[in-house]
Design a protein around this ligand. Sequence first.
Ligand SMILES: [Zn+2]
Length: 462
Amino acid sequence: MLIRNAEIYQAGLNDLRIDRGIISDIGRLSCRPGETVVEALGGALLPGLNDHHIHFLSFAASLASVDCSPAAVANSEGLATRLRQQLPSNAWLRGFGYHESIAGDIDCHWLDCHCPNRPARIQHRSGRLWIFNSAGLAILQQAIHLQKSPPQLPAESLKSGRFYDSDQALTALLGRHLPPVKQASEKLASCGITGFSDMTPSNDRDTFALFQCLKLENSILQNIQLARNSTFTSEETATTISSGPVKIHLHENRLPALQELVERIQASHTAGVAVAIHCVTEIELLFSLAALEEAGTIAGDRIEHAAVTPEHALDRMQALGVTVVTQPHFILEKGDSYLRDVESVDHESLYRCHTFLNWNIPLAGSSDAPFGSADPWTAMRAAVSRRTASGTLLGHNEALNPEQALALFLGSLEAPGQARKIQPGAAADLCLLKHPWAVARTRLTSDDVQFVLSKGQPIYRK
Ligand SMILES: [Zn+2]
């Protein structure tokens, strides 16, 4: 394939040839007999974007679910109306994105009032809590009855319908039904995404086998890296999907002993596998840094989110050489509730971007979809504007310029903090925009994505 007259990102107007999935040549090139020619008309040609932290199956499930987030419903009445609009059915109604600012700590009784006609389960936007209605609880009870040694669920939860951190048990009881995976992958492709890292902490051998299947049957178009729940190796993944770091999920209110975390990191490093530690509070971050200082770091160790980073943690993060994987669009999507709920002295420490670059701390971007927008251009715009949904500036010192914002998504899946370049020999993972970069940088919108290639194969065409 020959792409003609593309503005190759940061390298000027040129033609580019792709041969067997690899960029073979860049220059003024003439078309070969029978060669497919794509006219870029001066549009910017970027390396394909990588989403460095997504929960792909949950994102796919969200496409077939009811949006219960503050962005979609304003209050209790709004949520009730939205649920009543869903038709009665025997099938599960699945909601996502709920936050207590809408209707407080709702439980099965609240859901029974507003969604009595079918089994329903609504997920909190943190991803940690599911709320079931009575019809849903009845199915769950039945599943517990039918299993020889069912996983334990708290009796209180089986009454209230509120299940914290119970995903593994719920999946074991209710099974995993396959969400619209192809639709999810196509949606990502339409934003220019050619690769993603799935950072779900429960990813095990079965998850690897499932993604392997989905990739082979072409239901997933992107390059895939999967984080793991331990250092297991999975031979069947060798060719189609890559094994990522071990994901460590910390919760401030029940942290392990420091030594336990140190040993977990060391065990992972001994197996040659980096770690990715979930840190959304200051305490989680400081605890992780202390453990990493004790255990030592290897290339690829990551801090996920770094939602709150105090000034005094920066030199320690730099010394450790960890990469930060952030979500700038949370400033847009959750910023107004941060302004309300987070003490004002901490506002400058929220989802920092520019400060990390100043400190030479490798920085990468990601969606955390379905807990944030899956569109990387939304994240880029938020990284540049630092405005909340209501338009308030939040941490304006952390704003990036459009090139820095784009670079958040240009790293490879293995080294997310280092932007890739379009050059001969590189994989032909490419994203062609409608406009030259001088125009596209003022818009930063997925509307501009025209044509997307993964390993030289078209995966999206506008
Ligand atoms: Zn996540």
